[in-house]
Design a protein around this ligand. Structure first.
Ligand SMILES: C[S@@+](CC[C@H](N)C(=O)[O-])C[C@H]1O[C@@H](n2cnc3c(N)ncnc32)[C@H](O)[C@@H]1O
Length: 282
């Protein structure tokens, strides 16, 4: 069949679930499966039966709510490509706000070679973006899940950042925090969904690991424990920079202040939601 016919079939399948994303998702699947940036420049070109069947299988899975990003096995963040799959959180555009806030601090403070730890690193998207922007930075990435570590290791290498130091460990334990001292910046996008959020997840998000999403009954467990356990790893005048969920900013600010961090600055994401906080240790 022709590409145009196949595109219409795939689009139709995906549109049954989500009309708005059907064009985009189908285009991404075509790009990936045909290995071309603009596959629909040649709509009359024929697709073999075998290839068409493979493409239709992906469209069908997508129409059932399987995440596009996992189907493609890769996703872009901060202009870099990240390998992803089941077991690792899909990098979100919101998280670019966190990267921006860290870069703002480095710029404002003239930090050319900061020591940075990215806790709960997942795919490594934050650590890699920061290392790309500040090549002289000494970057650590800490992660517990073996599945996530598999992608994290690949992504540092694929993005030319193999000098990021990866630590396999539990960020909630003091023995992990003791491995890194004198940090200029601790950055983290930890699991922050509440028990209520977890009961209302979209089908797509249900495919992502619960251990990357659930932050305890009120979603704040990681902020409470990380701030307490890691504060002595942050140098005086060093920073903690956190990403969090909708309406969690006041609670995260209070946790930071209770632990001796001051001058909390909140930042909104592209959708206008207060998404990150930075605070200095004084
Ligand atoms: C919300 S995801 C963030 C991933 C990535 N930083 C990002 O922004 O896309 C949280 C990550 O924390 C990891 N994680 C959960 N519990 C952890 C723990 N106790 N110690 C270290 N990492 C943990 C999960 O495996 C997951 O990769």
């Amino acid at each position: 069949m022709s590409r145009a016919e196949l595109f219409a079939q795939c689009r139709g399948l995906i549109a049954l679930r989500d009309e708005e994303s059907a064009d985009f998702d189908t285009t991404c699947i075509f790009q990936d499966m045909l290995g071309e940036k603009f596959p629909m420049f040649t709509p009359k070109a024929l697709v073999t039966d075998e290839k068409a069947a493979e493409i239709l299988t992906l469209a069908k899975r997508r129409s059932e709510g399987y995440p596009l990003q996992y189907l493609l096995g890769q996703w872009e963040f901060w202009g870099c490509n990240f390998r992803i799959g089941e077991g690792v959180l899909i990098p979100r555009p919101d998280t670019e706000t966190l990267v921006e806030q860290v870069l703002d601090i480095c710029h404002k403070k003239g930090l050319k070679a900061p020591k940075i730890a990215d806790l709960c690193s997942g795919s490594g998207c934050i650590a890699v973006a920061l290392k790309k922007e500040i090549p002289m930075a000494d970057v650590y990435a800490v992660e517990l899940s073996e599945k996530a570590l598999y992608y994290l290791r690949q992504n540092t290498v694929l993005n030319g950042c193999s000098d990021i130091k990866i630590i396999s460990g539990d960020v909630l334990k003091r023995e992990t925090a003791r491995q890194i001292a004198e940090l200029d910046i601790l950055v983290s996008n930890p699991p922050y969904l509440t028990a209520q959020d977890m009961s209302e997840l979209m089908t797509e998000v249900r495919h992502e690991p619960e251990s990357a999403l659930f932050g305890g009954e009120d979603g704040l467990d990681f902020y409470r424990v990380i701030t307490e356990v890691w504060k002595s790893s942050v140098k005086d005048d060093g920073y903690i920079v956190y990403e969090f969920g909708l309406e969690q900013h006041d609670a995260v600010k209070a946790i930071l202040e209770r632990n001796g961090f001051r001058d909390v600055e909140l930042k909104r994401d592209g959708a206008g939601i207060i998404r990150t906080a930075a605070a200095v240790k004084r």
